[in-house]
Design a protein around this ligand. Structure first.
Ligand SMILES: Nc1ncnc2c1ncn2[C@@H]1O[C@H](COP(=O)(O)OP(=O)(O)O)[C@@H](O)[C@H]1O
Ligand SMILES: [Mg+2]
Length: 228
């Protein structure tokens, strides 16, 4: 479904991605893991068209997308839960959900069944929600674009344990439904039962790919690239 082939990208003169290659097949859940500053979010920005790659190709469902603007890429069926959530602070919960929605299996009601707190907060301004509620709203908003590929960039970062648990539960539910997901997160133990394939990112490229079981079996990998 998604394939990055030797993608190069950066900010001005500063190159961040050096030959980033990555693949997610339909129905798969794949991760990007690695230390801070290694290029995970930059990879996401390149996929979404927020950053123009200076080399390599990004294909989504056999179509080269590197030169498309972000709205065109979103319309092809990629939904993003961005780092730092980026909600419309002065719109209420329901307005945030419908602002970018597209028709499909996910409806406002279904998202509110998934996260009942959003139903309770339906008319409340997004900027006044708790961090956890904002994260649920960000996930709900991405689902309402009815994406073929859902990308989550540090969706559980900085949240209370009870909220994290709710988000992992949600991701397991999406897996059951066959949703293709690219997940970036630091919680390896939660990802062990969710992810089909991990990709370790180091200095702007994928240096290792394998199953959670293979990762757990190799303590050297974790200490070298993940700092655990
Ligand atoms: N907007 C930006 N302008 C300049 N440099 C940036 C910007 N965003 C990120 N970087 C730099 O790019 C590198 C990779 O960052 P990032 O992709 O956010 O890493 P990760 O998500 O893996 O923590 C870092 O050195 C970071 O400082
Ligand atoms: Mg990041």
């Amino acid at each position: 479904m998604l394939k990055l082939d030797k993608v190069e990208a950066g900010y001005g003169q500063a190159r961040v991605l050096f030959g980033m290659s990555l693949e997610a097949r339909g129905g798969e859940i794949v991760s990007l893991i690695g230390r801070n500053g290694m290029g995970k979010s930059t990879t996401v920005k390149s996929i979404m068209g927020l950053l123009k790659p200076t080399g390599g190709t990004i294909t989504f469902e056999e179509k080269v997308v590197n030169r498309l603007p972000p709205n065109a890429i979103a319309r092809l069926g990629i939904g993003l839960v961005p780092e730092g959530r980026r909600l419309f602070a002065s719109l209420n919960v329901e307005e945030n959900l419908v602002a970018t929605s597209r028709p499909g299996g996910w409806t406002v009601d279904r998202v509110m069944d998934l996260f009942p707190r959003l139903r309770e907060r339906r008319g409340q301004m997004a900027g006044t929600l708790s961090g956890g509620e904002q994260q649920m709203l960000s996930i709900g908003r991405a689902l309402l674009t009815n994406p073929k590929l859902l990308i989550l960039d540090e969706a559980t970062e900085g949240l209370a344990p009870i909220i994290r648990t709710e988000i992992w539960r949600c991701l397991h539910g999406l897996k059951e439904l066959g949703q293709t997901i690219l997940v970036i997160d630091k919680n390896l133990s939660e990802m062990a039962t969710l992810v089909d394939r991990h990709n370790i990112v180091d200095k702007g490229c994928v240096v290792w790919t394998g199953t959670p079981r293979e990762l757990a079996a190799d303590a050297g990998l974790s200490s070298r690239y993940l700092g655990v």
